[in-house]
Design a protein around this ligand. Structure first.
Ligand code: PLP
Length: 388
């Protein structure tokens, strides 16, 4: 029988992040690999979901999202950034940022075109670009501060460049792109008539003085940015699969068509519940950031004590740790050793890089979106690693 795997599917591998969760389960390891909270979602949100189900919001919602949710997103965006999106023409509710990204790329990118991706990258981006028949072009975020070389970025843009993907606050590095960097990217997008596709899923998870600067608020960028966001991280409901895409009316028309044929729509009762969460007071988001700040500070200290080289994240909830000070130079072997022998699962850093990238084997990624007890238990095991 012939090999039925498509040429596109053959170009990328299974998600290593999700694989590490299975490895964690198989070895009884504490899962600091996949970025999902192990604590309850907000009570009000769960009650709102119950109410929505019992009020029989159980059939397909409007394909591009229930009206109360689109209205709530517009309200929050106006409050936070002073920008008013049109809920009828500029918003599409999707099944998480994951669908938002692939729907956006399928709706805007043609085979043979190029999409610029910063490396290390959230692992879906490379595969998504390949699924569109396009070519990813990578620009390195250089440790220790994960800054990029302006000249390298400028040289990567060319006539084939259709879009650049930006993820800030960033997974896996914890980098928060600053205004100067975003202005530079914005200028290149305008010069080469390219789109900025911005994944802002960690928008509210910021530390120290870091500020989230949405690129679509910069002059000339509103029409050429596609904003992708999700409730997964902001409201600790990664399993609900609700996200949204905001773009110009013209781009939205294209994105909505792709979204409709991909998934029809996101879970109707959960959209109703999320519409309530999106209207939470600013205090909710302040508490979320300080909740994660405490965990970042705790895990950072533990990892430094153990002897790993850590980059202090400014946002999101991951720490990239350099394994070389612990005598390792193979991230995959190190991650399996940690899961199987020490009982803590992490993600090998190379899964955020192209295979041929030389820097890629020196990091492992820890996530800290966990209860303090979970992090404390992991810390105890990691201290044993140091002793061994
Ligand atoms: N984008 C980034 C940068 C992520 O880190 C994640 C999940 O870890 C996702 C997207 C997936 O988001 P969603 O659950 O909304 O599909």
């Amino acid at each position: 029988m012939r090999n039925f795997a498509s040429l596109k599917a053959k170009q990328f591998t299974e998600s290593v992040i999700r694989e590490m969760s299975r490895v964690a389960a198989a070895h009884g390891a504490i899962n600091l690999a996949q970025g999902f909270p192990d604590f309850p979602a907000p009570q009000e949100l769960k009650e709102a979901a119950q109410r929505a189900i019992f009020a029989d919001h159980n059939q397909y919602a409007i394909t591009w999202g229930s009206k109360p949710l689109r209205d709530a997103i517009v309200w929050k965006t106006q409050r936070d950034y002073g920008v008013t999106w049109n809920p009828e023409t500029q918003l599409t509710v999707v099944c998480g940022s994951t669908e938002g990204m692939i729907a956006t790329l399928l709706a805007t990118i043609n085979p043979g075109e190029e999409v610029i991706v910063f490396e290390p990258f959230y692992e879906n981006y490379g595969a998504d670009v390949v699924l569109c028949g396009a070519t990813p072009r990578y620009v390195t975020l250089k440790a220790p501060d994960f800054s990029f070389d302006f000249e390298e970025l400028a040289a990567t843009f060319n006539e084939k460049t259709r879009a650049i993907i930006i993820n800030t606050p960033n997974n896996p590095t914890g980098k928060v792109f600053n205004k100067k960097e975003l202005e530079f990217i914005a200028e290149l997008c305008q010069r080469y008539d390219a789109l900025a596709i911005t994944d802002e899923i960690y928008e509210h998870i910021l530390y120290d003085d870091a500020k989230h600067e949405p690129i679509w608020t910069l002059p000339g960028m509103e029409e050429r940015t596609v904003v992708i966001n999700s409730v997964s991280k902001t409201y600790s409901v990664t399993g609900w699969r609700i996200g949204f895409v905001a773009a110009s009316a013209e781009l939205t028309a294209s994105i909505r068509k792709v979204h409709d044929f991909l998934t029809v729509g996101a879970a109707a009762p959960l959209q109703m519940a999320v519409a309530e969460a999106v209207r939470f007071e600013p205090q909710y988001y302040e508490e979320l950031a300080s909740f994660y700040r405490e965990r970042r500070d705790y895990l950072l200290k533990v990892l430094q004590e153990v002897g790993l080289g850590c980059v202090r994240p400014q946002g999101a909830y991951y720490i990239m740790a350099d394994i070389r000070p612990m005598g390792w130079d193979d991230d995959v072997a190190c991650a399996f050793h940690l899961a199987e022998k020490i009982g803590v699962a992490v993600v090998p850093g190379s899964s955020f890089y192209r295979p041929e990238q030389p820097d890629s084997h020196t990091f492992i990624r820890f996530c800290f979106c966990k209860k303090m007890e979970t992090l404390e238990a992991a810390a105890e095991r990691l201290r044993q690693w140091r002793k061994k």
